[in-house]
Design a protein around this ligand. Sequence first.
Ligand code: MG
Length: 340
Amino acid sequence: MAFLLQFRRYALPFRSPVRTAHGQWAKREGLMVRVERSTGEVGYGEAAPIPGFSGESVEEDETAVRELGDRLEENQWTELPAELACLKQALAAAVENATDQKNPAPGLPGDYLPVAALLPAGQEALLKIPPLLEAGFRIFKWKVGVGDPADELGWLDELCAILPEGAKLRLDANGAWDRRRAERWLQRCAERPIEFVEQPIAPSMRGADDLLLGLAADYPTPLALDESLAGDGDVERWLGAGWPDVFVVKPALLADARTSLARLAAARATVVFSSALETALGAQSALRMALAWSGPARAVGFGVWPLFADRRFDGPATAPFIDRKEIDRINPEALWNALN
Ligand code: MG
């Protein structure tokens, strides 16, 4: 059965610019889609490609959705080019919501998701961590490769010294290091409470895959793939390569996240679900996949809210756990209307 298709493009400023190894990021751009059956069922989805991540851009998504016109067949999203993974995911989610409204989260669900707190890059992390510990967080993510490595390694020791028993740090280099720098960091991370080091090497670096596999084999601290997983095909490729450590899955960036997650589950892979800094609309569908994940529940990388200058687009305020009820409370229709 066909759907009426609509879309709205957005550009939403962050409350404060997001600082990464790639520089400052001031506003989130993307689009929301809405589908409606002639019988009245409605579903929503969000396409929010990350600039520089996979090559997909909001402009391309907008062009493609305009070309679809105002009518969408149920499985038409599968015919879009593979490069438009975020848009495919958005249309698939919208169709699924409209088709299966009573049971939006199949699988064996939990009721809570543990959450990793995002620390600011640099020395500021040292000031932010005590109140977060007080609030009950035990997993912290710290962006590295942003400032001078000697400074950052010093702060790493100070951060580790503050952590109580059982608490852990995730480091995210966003591909900023070369082999030597990665090795220096991984030597320092051994015997420290580091849960994993995310994307030490950029996927675009020559021989990156072999280098990542080599580093994962040579050092005791687990590594995590994030930028290396820009689409469903990358998940397949790394499973095929026998990646031994963590897969950071941003469901928003996978055209067919359900199939990729089924493959990861079958391989008993370690999966960490993560935000793509999408609005609460896209986050709702990603968090439902995290709830339905059958493997061990690692803290999700959704400790991002408040995120937007306009609070209506935020998910539940960051806390050590996200309750299923808070995820169910996100109202896609209100977010769609807020773009009007
Ligand atoms: Mg990352």
